[in-house]
Ligand binder design. Sequence first.
Ligand code: NDP
Length: 433
Amino acid sequence: LRRNPGEPEFHQAVREVLHSLEPVLRKRPEYAEAQLVERLVEPERQLLFRVPWTDDAGEVHVNRGFRVEFSSALGPYKGGLRFVPDLSLGTVKFLAFEQIFKNALTGLGIGAGKGGADFDPKGRSDAEVMRFCQSFMTELHRHLGEHTDVPAGDIGVGSREIGFLFGQYKRLTNRYEAGVLTGKGTGWGGSEARTEATGYGTVHFVREMLATRGEDLAGHRVVLSGSGNVSLFAVEKAQALGALVVACSDSSGYVVDEAGLDLDLLKEIKLERRGRLDTYAEARPSARFSARGSVYDVPCDIALPCATQNELTEDHAVSLVKNGVKAVAEGANMPCTPDAVGVLREAGVLYGPGKAANAGGVATSALEMRQNAARESWTFAETESRLAAVMRAIHTECVTAAEEYGSADDYVLGANVAGFRRVAEAMRSQGVV
Ligand code: NDP
């Protein structure tokens, strides 16, 4: 704590993992002797840099860029870039730390990193976003490479931003190094199903969790937070599997549509118009928009928090339990507070932590890197079937590790232990580095 002041989210993420690892460290004293945990909580490298840029009116702005290269034990640093106005080093560190275990769980050869900037793309013109991305990449490019560090998108960084970042990287290096960024457009090195992967993968994970209790998604009521990249494609997959998705949110409020969300309308508002959710309710008589209260007050069987960290609080968890929720899976990173997790676990709700449930995005990014290296491009169906297989394997890994150290439905324990073991073995083999 003293070494990392003012980073509460990083402390929260580390505390949860260390708690899970206690029985592993007791059983495997060689991990403790090699000071693996001490090394694992210290990032290999942290970059902070100035990002100056000029808006359309000619005014100069200065933002701060971040990249935390946390662990390269299993492969090049891998993890997204986030552009939000309140981004801090502590947030980036927590995200990069979580990424270590998530990426290990995929079974693919990827290390862990995360980055971004305290820049708000909302309300900015395409030309302003392009100039910002070009300035950001002008500094960051010297630290990247397909074998070194491979960023992707996250909140505020979608295909538009990845395009601008890639263009500038190519210009600065004079190399078409497709594998240096993932989440690219499918016409120029991107993977089919990458855009859909995190949301789809989260629903695949829910399906696996429900199957342990002899159930599936068909006929279940689903509620999600957010209406961005992860949420929209979680809606798509949940509907395809027969669920009734009745509510979602954005930072202005939430909509409830008892007829089931109209995904085409939602995509048009969110992806094409970059609009707010109240316009959804204006266009649909079956829907109502609310700027007050919480999407988690809407009764549901399955809740998928897909917006941001610490958004599902203890009160929300109590409300979900009261309304009979059966499963909660995190499409976002650490959206449930520790108290909320306690309430859900106590009530016997199936709870899938983000590092397992939302690992489908980074797994498909690793598949994109594989296609780039082989100069291949797989079909949507082939990529999605590999994604489904990865999510099944992650679920099995979690259950197996949880059974060994506790109870089979403790997915937090399972994800932390299974992820840690893979990284720990690699670190031990690679010596004190
Ligand atoms: P987007 O920027 O596409 O979408 C984020 C959504 O969350 C927006 O609808 C935003 O609304 C909403 N939101 C933000 N804060 C709140 C809040 N406090 N309450 C309600 N809604 C809110 O981001 P992504 O979908 O890409 O990412 C969402 C989460 O998933 C993040 O935690 C990210 O780290 C995680 N994740 C993303 C992956 C990916 O592949 N994209 C991979 C793995 C995890 P508004 O537009 O109004 O701000």
